[in-house]
Design a protein around this ligand. Sequence first.
Ligand SMILES: [Zn+2]
Ligand SMILES: [Zn+2]
Length: 591
Amino acid sequence: MLPASALRGALRASLEMLLRGAGEPACSGGNGAEPGADPARGAADGCALDAGNPCKACRLFGSARAGMGPDRRRFSSLVLGDATAPADEIRTQRGAGLAVRRAQRTSAAGRRYEYRLVELYGTLLARGRLLDAELAPLLEAAARATQHIGGRRSRGFGRVELRLHWLEAETADAPELPRGDTAGIRLRLSSPAAIGTATSPPVWARAAAESADRTRGDAGAGAARENEHWRDTRREIPGSALRGAVGTALAEQLEDPASDPAFAALCDDLSGARFGFLYPVRGEGPPSGAAALAGPWPITARVCSVGGHDHGLFDTLLERVRAACALTPEEAERAWSARRSACPRCAAGLTRPLGTRRSVPSPRVRLHTRNRLDRAHGSAQPGAIFAQAWLDPDDDVLFEGTIRSIPAQSRALLARALGGPLSVGRGISLGHGQVEIEVFSPPSLEALEERGSHFDRALREQLDALGFDAGVAGDVVPITLLAPLVTEREDSDGREELAGALGLQPQWLVCARRFAVEGGFDQRSGRASPVWSVAAGSVYAARMPGGWRERSGDLERLEREGAGSRRHQGFGQLICFDPLILQTSIGEAWR
Ligand SMILES: [Zn+2]
Ligand SMILES: [Zn+2]
């Protein structure tokens, strides 16, 4: 295929040349400066060459500024994907070259290099959308003027002829939202998506340096592993990405989003809709009951280290609660030796399960490696090789979650946005991250009271089996994070936020948590703001003297509203009495 970045780069270079030929301002590659001028000045605030406005090339293709700015609605007016052709029309061929030292006219030692050529018989097709109809003549002109794509132009490679065909705009039907204020969302990728702590490299480098100390050694903190040359992707779609996609779609569709009350109500940080995290699900439609939850495994869950999920999965929270209830050293010893430390089927050790609750293993990720082109020479830029991990579209994997607290007045607007086109993650103007959304009525779990009763009974059995006082059963509430919890203070491990949301200070029997740094990228300011968070899947067990039934209203509110900061982006979503933690014996059917 011909990557969208190469296609856009070639189109842009042609347009800049045409504009300069016509005496119009045009910066170089979106850097905000005329060719030869110092680009350092223009880049930070974006291009302003056209009497304070972006030059025409920047209006069509976007400029290199980090943020969108308060007055702009999009980075680029052109969404243009990769150009592809049927596989049988493409052949690749390897070539080799030797770099030559000009002065001595000898070959430079160690400078042998290889390249790969694509031989093409037929036509490559790229699809895109132009978001600003006024710019159509510019795109036409750029396409006509483009004759080369890719490197090694001086050798005569990469000659192309581009033709534009305008298609009828496709209008999608807005899906119907289920009744109530919660909609189940099922998302399917239709192009590769990179979901990360999206940010431009210089900004990220600074942010990574700031957070590196805190994240060292934490495997969960994928964010800190990223740098200019390597970018990972999340295996789930955070609420912020879904919310951003909806916001961008509406900015495209509405004349003046800022003055639309339904838009303001939908996007209000405090009273607006809560866009939840979407977790991968594999296989057929959703099972019922507890198994319908698409979310992270509790970090107390274990599988066999040899047989994996085939030998069954069970949870260790009850064992930990039981151990925390020991009153004497003898009881502690009994609880310790009664714990499960090996697979009952094959006696191998235990390990954490793979993937997430409904996707074992995690969705497939592919690595793409690219080399930036040096525009001036039309050759590969030394040192500018970079790799990006992508979630591939996969017929077998969907992403599921919810949008909750949808304001009644915004329902029609949200439905319209969900009808598409929608894109998530990085490289949206390169056609990446395109998604299709299906809305459904989310399956409801058993009522909290019911789940609580099951848990009480299981805990009582566990305590009785060890001869412990079973009086605490009825006081203990397990809380599982279904999304990361953004803490308000850096030294908090989430307990403070949970206690605050509950309005009481319980006794914490178990606190099984991990930490991560959540990125966040504000498209307007172009700044990343990494924040400290407690990882999804963390589990707490709170003891409420007097019994949890006294506080069941508070617990229901906690489940509904979550805890911690940035809840409109799905952070801090949790469940009390997670049915999965009753899965204490291997092989037991899990409802
Ligand atoms: Zn410009
Ligand atoms: Zn086993």
